[in-house]
Design a protein around this ligand. Structure first.
Ligand code: ADP
Length: 330
């Protein structure tokens, strides 16, 4: 599909270049032809004036035709060369023009196939549970109720997956769709903290907040989402009765937001992948059940990139993790 589009675009580029080149060649030919004819005529008149008694030889039309033929050949050669060179260049440029579109379409296709795969697995298990129970002639009300409540849990997970997918799609938008404004960091962080407080309370995790009120240019809604994801993960992957901390620092060029936990940590082999879509480290899978889809950090990274910042992680298994977000001041 892209090869076809590339060839079409090349043809369009070439058509435009050749139209311009041929038009210029025609104009050049006309100009030179007029000038040469005028020169020959004026030469003839000058010779007539110089010796009025002996008539000068007539205008050499053969010579004029030879000149016209040579100009035509040179222009044909020039246009042929332009055609070949610009053909190659157009093909190269068409490839360059289509590259970002190609990447975007590939990314979208991957997104759709990953998402379908994630949705398909719980749907299949729901379907088979329904089918098995439907076929059971001895199914009683109690068992049916159990099935319904288990199914509701699964449906809730599916709902949260679709919410996260929508969120991810939303953060995939290019930067110019996002409204940036002056944001007081402390207020945004406190909003995120209050959002994760109930979860921390359930696990008796102490939330330490050491933040300063820096003002930055950002999108407050997206920033809040970012801090909530990091804090939510920190709490989710930290055992009961421990501490999760969020703090801010300022350097010459950026503001740092640091989220520290005393949790299960991340294995070295998983570290390069945790920002990939749908990636879940084995430790997270086995220890925390199936309450995550591996989308949180992917969304977090997209938000950080929207703000032209970057996000880093340091982690020691069984000791804890430190996520550091750098947001540029300008
Ligand atoms: P999930 O919904 O599974 O938490 P994320 O994208 O937020 O998805 O995280 C990806 C993976 O990174 C998680 O499955 C987990 O293995 C690991 N991870 C993220 N944050 C932490 C953390 N604070 N401590 C330990 N592991 C983490």
């Amino acid at each position: 599909m892209f090869q076809k589009a590339r060839i079409k675009l090349t043809a369009w580029y070439l058509l435009i270049i050749m139209f311009i080149s041929i038009s210029f060649s025609l104009v050049i030919f006309q100009l030179i032809n007029t000038e040469v004819t005028r020169f020959a005529q004026s030469q003839h008149i000058r010779n007539q004036l110089r010796s009025p008694v002996f008539p000068p030889p007539p205008i050499d039309t053969d010579l004029l035709n030879e000149i016209r033929r040579r100009i035509t050949n040179s222009l044909l050669f020039l246009n042929g060369s332009i055609f070949v060179i610009s053909g190659g260049l157009s093909y190269f440029l068409a490839g360059k023009t289509l590259r970002p579109i190609k990447d975007m379409v590939e990314e979208q296709n991957q997104f759709v196939s990953d998402s379908s795969h994630e949705i398909r697995t719980p749907l299949t298990s729901l379907k088979s549970a329904f089918e098995v129970n439907l076929r059971d002639p001895d199914l009683n009300i109690k068992q049916a109720r159990n099935l319904i409540s288990e199914s509701i849990v699964e449906v809730n997970k599916l709902q949260s997956l679709s919410d996260q997918l929508l969120l991810l799609a939303q953060y995939q938008k290019p930067n110019n769709y996002i409204k940036f404004e002056n944001v007081f960091l402390k207020k945004t962080i406190l909003q995120s903290v209050s959002q994760v407080k109930p979860l921390a309370k359930i696990k008796n995790i102490q939330l330490k907040v050491k933040v300063h009120d820096y003002k930055i240019n950002a999108n407050p809604h997206n920033l809040k989402e970012l801090f909530t994801i990091l804090l939510d993960n920190a709490i989710k992957y930290t055992p009961n009765n421990k501490v999760v901390q969020i703090e801010t620092r300022k350097t010459d060029r950026s503001i740092l937001i640091i989220v520290k936990d005393q949790g299960i940590g991340i294995d070295k082999k998983d570290l390069p992948h945790i920002f990939d879509r749908f990636y879940r480290a084995d430790s997270a899978r086995s220890k925390q059940g199936k309450n995550g889809f591996g989308l949180g950090l992917s969304i977090a990274q997209k938000i950080v990139r929207q703000h032209r910042g970057d996000i880093k992680v340091e982690s020691v298994p069984q000791k804890g993790s430190i996520f550091t977000v750098h947001l540029p001041l300008k």
